[in-house]
Design a protein around this ligand. Sequence first.
Ligand code: G4P
Length: 280
Amino acid sequence: MQFQWYPGHMTKAKRAMQEDIKLIDVIIELVDSRVPFSSKNPDIDTLANGKSRILLMNKYDLADKAVSDKWTKYYEEKGYFVATVNSKNGRGVKAVNDVIQKACKEKIERDRKRGILNRPIRAMIVGIPNVGKSTFINSFAGKACAKTGNKPGVTKGKQWIRLNKNVELLDTPGILWPKFEDQQVGLNLAFIGSIKDELYNIYELSLLLLDYLIKNYPDAVADFYEIENSDSNNELLERIAIKRGCIKSGAEYDLDKAAKCLVDDFRNGRIGKISLEIPG
Ligand code: G4P
């Protein structure tokens, strides 16, 4: 399956982000824990040059814990401060405050030496669509946090959320564009639902997903649907179709519908905690 998608607004978004990055001390980059490489846009490395970097592996609840541990180590070795979070139920979100303090230790020290005390750290969330940026911001900021509004000397129109006395968060996240020159990256992004449905064929996508699942989590599909495994992915999909009542008139299998069921069940974590890529 070939993916091609060149967002026209990319250059504009890049320029806007460059401006925002000038205002902040630390970049908090969200990735999807199931695909921590494919959901990470490498262009941010250039854009964020010189800033402290935090990598949040969001949707940790959906990924394979053992594999996520490997990713944590992998990115820590690359110089990131890494944390795993579930923004949906808030698990791990509070601890991000401590990670911010750690990531900005040198800056806080520099300020202190210059006699600047208690200047809040300014942070910004970035990530590709659908990784959970808004969910994270809502969970992290909570209801009690006041927006601080425009500030003298800071670009007009910027809204900051005062999280506590130490941290201010730019209230709009930076949207990075998914980058998938590599077809495997495109495929992984399609599996997790970060690529528009019109850009792929759901039946083909489901067969490729089955390929991966059978190789890496051999019993997950059979156990979840309570069906027999099969050497043929098409046959497996037919079994899912029967189980889920995806039958057209004339007793024909509705494989597109079964494919959609499978992909949805995977995306929502119903088939299990599954990671789609491992470091290296
Ligand atoms: P974005 O701003 O980066 O585009 O992402 P957004 O917060 O809109 O989140 C995209 C989807 O991911 C939402 O689901 C959201 O609930 C879900 N999500 C975010 N963080 C987590 C997480 O840590 N774990 C899990 N399991 N899901 C997460 P949705 O289907 O679009 O909406 P809904 O299910 O909330 O109604």
